[in-house]
Design a protein around this ligand. Structure first.
Ligand SMILES: NC(=O)C1=CN([C@@H]2O[C@H](COP(=O)(O)OP(=O)(O)OC[C@H]3O[C@@H](n4cnc5c(N)ncnc54)[C@H](O)[C@@H]3O)[C@@H](O)[C@H]2O)C=CC1
Ligand SMILES: C[N+](C)(C)CC(=O)CC(=O)[O-]
Length: 496
């Protein structure tokens, strides 16, 4: 896949700031131009929330964070950039001017995406010298988590540009969908606008308030949409006869006067006050950044659930996350560890994220197991048991774990883990891992684990191949000279 080497973000508001976060956390340097006097603070706050979300989202090795530079002009921002994302306010004259300015200063091969929610790319590329590399890349808020970008070409956009944009977006975990034709508001905003129009009428006519309306969405079809969209959901709603029956039964309702879709509600000052007051009553006690964090944590939870969907193969946005994680592992900097060194191997570096903390205000139990699980995965990768190996039908399964919690890990604490191999043979791997607080180097928890090499299709333990065993022997022999760690073999309740 073709990586993005350097990105330029023109406009750093809600969307531009979140694009910058997506690129930076994908390891890409970003030059940002936004004349807003508080642009650095705003982007900094968005980035902080994005980093928090990524810490919850994945334990796959993200590349070192890219460097963010604020610059004073569009010309300076686009220097050396191969992806330029325009996210200035939704006005055709402003956007066209900015895009024409970008075009004049950028490398003629650099891709130029516009975040516009609905303006035709043909209208935006009108004055460009190299319009073939300009397109709409319409994202969804928050761009750093929601992976979709609608890719829409104008009359002068080349097909190759859209394909290249799609391939590049995959390297930052995004799914680019290429629309067959340009149309105002593309696909997503057409659908959203229809629902929004209807929602405004329901509030205006006092059928419900904003909170009730949101409840109707989030306790019902919102959940369905997140995992299956509209048409697959309705196929199921048609019962065994599927889509044809669904259309036969519910199609006629479309011509009954159920909706007010074609009437545009008059957004009078009174109606705006009414909606804003209801919205304040619904959510005003929490600030925007706090609401963003709640939203992000929920979105991560949904993606995690979808990652386990379809019997572990992953589904929708969760499958995409799993594919992105595969990509991150495949592209992680290979740490050349000396397998013959007589010291526990350092495996994981992480931080206690907000999602890991419980009502006792410290890292909750199962997160220790998660870090230990990632540590054992790390040692397995060192001996060649990686995702390809697992896909080929073999793996190590953990059959026993004993965790001891020795100290507290608090929100934001930096942690690292080490792993010592206690013994191994053709089938067994006996390890002892420790999680340390990075600031104090004090042990926070230990785990003793026994793993078995298995033929995962047959579901039984089998000998590992020599390619794995030779590496494992090197580590086991080196670690044999280490003192036995305190706590090995301890049983629960045993006196110290
Ligand atoms: N907010 C949303 O939910 C979504 C917005 N979009 C699109 O993203 C674009 C940006 O929208 P938001 O980020 O919401 O707006 P915003 O108002 O939060 O941010 C716009 C930013 O552009 C900056 N700006 C103004 N003129 C500029 C110029 N000449 N050069 C550089 N920066 C300039 C402003 O200072 C501001 O920080 C729009 O086209 C919008 O339709 C797309 C998807 C979702
Ligand atoms: C409101 N909006 C039209 C700017 C919304 C979008 O474009 C997409 C989104 O994130 O909902």
């Amino acid at each position: 896949m073709t990586k993005i080497n350097k990105a330029a973000c023109i406009g750093g508001g809600v969307i531009g700031g979140a694009w910058a976060a997506r690129f930076l956390l994908g390891g890409i340097d970003v030059a940002m131009f936004d004349p807003h006097p508080e642009a650095e603070r705003i982007v900094g706050e968005v980035l902080a929330n994005a980093e928090r979300a990524y810490a919850m989202m994945t334990m796959a090795p993200l590349p070192p964070k890219g460097k963010l530079t604020f610059v004073r002009s569009i010309e300076e921002a686009v220097q050396g950039a191969d992806w330029i994302q325009e996210s200035v306010p939704e006005r055709v004259d402003l956007k066209r001017g900015v895009i024409t300015q970008i075009d004049a200063a950028a490398d003629p091969k650099a891709l130029i995406g516009s975040s516009t929610s609905g303006i035709l790319p043909t209208d935006l590329q009108r004055d460009m010298k190299h319009p073939e590399r300009m397109f709409v890349a319409h994202p969804y808020n928050p761009v750093y988590l929601l992976p979709l970008a609608e890719l829409v070409g104008g009359e002068k956009t080349s097909k190759e540009t859209l394909e290249e944009a799609k391939a590049k977006l995959a390297t930052v975990g995004m799914k680019g969908v290429i629309l067959k034709k340009e149309i105002e508001a593309f696909v997503g905003d057409r659908l959203l606008e229809a629902v929004w129009r209807e929602g405004l009428w329901l509030i205006k006519d006092d059928i419900c308030d904003t909170e009730t309306l949101d409840d109707v969405i989030r306790y019902s079809f919102g959940m369905r949409w997140a995992q299956m969209g509209m048409f697959e959901t309705y196929r199921i709603a048609g019962g065994e006869a599927g889509m044809r029956h669904f259309i036969a039964q519910f199609g006629p309702c479309l011509s009954w006067p159920w909706t007010k879709l074609m009437d545009v509600v008059d957004l009078t000052p009174e109606l705006v006050d009414k909606i804003a007051d209801q919205s304040d009553a619904q959510s005003g006690a929490r600030g925007i950044r706090e609401l963003e964090r709640i939203r992000d944590q929920n979105l991560v939870g949904i993606m995690h659930a979808l990652k386990g969907g379809d019997e572990g193969r992953g589904w929708g946005a969760g499958k995409l996350l799993a594919e992105f994680e595969d990509y991150l592992w495949a592209n992680a900097r290979k740490v050349d560890k000396d397998l013959g060194e007589a010291q526990p191997i350092r495996i994981i570096d992480t931080k206690v994220s907000a999602a890991w903390v419980d009502y006792n205000n410290h890292m909750t139990e199962h997160r220790y197991l998660q870090v230990f699980g990632d540590t054992s995965d790390g040692i397995l990768r060192l001996i060649g048991v990686d995702l390809d190996y697992v896909r080929d039908g073999h793996s190590y399964y953990t059959v026993e774990t004993h965790i001891r919690n020795l100290g507290e890990a608090k929100l934001g604490d930096a942690l690292y883990s080490t792993c010592q191999v206690l013994s191994s043979d053709e089938k067994r791997l006996h390890i002892f891992s420790t999680i340390y607080n990075k600031a104090t180097n004090e042990a926070v928890a230990t785990a003793e684990q026994m793993m078995l090499h298995v033929d995962s299709k047959a579901g039984k333990a089998v000998s590992a191949p020599e390619s794995v065993l030779s590496k494992l022997r090197a580590i086991t022999e080196a670690h044999a000279s280490l003192p036995k760690p305190e706590g090995v073999g301890r049983a629960v309740g045993q006196k110290r």
